[in-house]
Ligand binder design. Structure first.
Ligand SMILES: CC(C)(COP(=O)(O)OP(=O)(O)OC[C@H]1O[C@@H](n2cnc3c(N)ncnc32)[C@H](O)[C@@H]1OP(=O)(O)O)[C@@H](O)C(=O)NCCC(=O)NCCS
Length: 172
């Protein structure tokens, strides 16, 4: 666990956190809200590629991801969100740093995520991650709006890396 600044604690989630992850996702009004079951399942089976942020014991943010089955050196960040009243404090950045630090030790070298073109906060978040880790970011088209059965926006692919292997730590 890491806890800097003092009142923010980042850790791996456990099953009991699933309902709060669902709430944070719902309250974001930006993320696609998955079923409550999906967040519980993720906290049980993908805790090693996810992280939760707490302030005074209360869940205020999360990141969930998975290692690509066809590319074990790449972690895909599926969703990340921070409660509205906690944004701008560096919490999302710390969630990603926690995840990358843990996984780089295990040989993960790249991070992928998809972002809708208008989501400037998310684009800024992943650009900042790239700068902190002194690495590179590549952007490409992935899912067109036409791929989706509903009125979902297009999603661009962002691929960040490489990250250093074991012992990798973002500079303080
Ligand atoms: C995106 C989100 C997770 C960022 O959370 P946060 O805790 O406020 O982000 P941080 O404080 O850690 O900021 C990290 C970096 O992103 C940048 N950033 C954050 N919000 C930004 C915004 N609205 N516009 C531009 N850049 C922004 C910050 O400037 C910072 O970069 P810096 O270190 O160079 O200053 C948050 O806005 C959110 O939950 N949004 C709704 C859900 C969402 O869109 N998730 C992403 C889906 S792909």
């Amino acid at each position: 666990m890491s806890g800097k600044p003092q009142d923010i604690v980042i850790s791996q989630p456990s099953t009991v956190d699933g309902s709060e992850l669902w709430r944070v996702a719902r309250d974001s009004r930006t993320l696609d809200l998955n079923s409550s079951y999906a967040y519980l399942l993720w906290c049980r089976d993908f805790a090693a590629t996810s992280a939760v942020a707490r302030v005074e014991g209360r869940v205020v943010g999360f990141v969930i991801g998975f290692v690509r089955p066809t590319d074990p050196e790449t972690v895909v960040v599926w969703q990340i969100a921070v409660d509205g009243d906690q944004r701008g404090r560096g919490i999302a950045g710390r969630l990603l740093d926690n995840l990358v630090s843990r996984l780089a030790d295990q040989g993960v070298r790249h991070l992928e995520t998809t972002i809708a073109p208008g989501n400037t906060a998310s684009i800024g978040l992943f650009q900042a991650l790239t700068r902190r880790w002194g690495t590179s970011l590549r952007q490409a088209k992935l899912f067109d709006a036409a791929h989706f059965p509903d009125d979902h926006e297009s999603e661009d692919l962002y691929r960040i890396g490489p990250f250093e292997r074991a012992g990798a730590r973002v500079p303080a």
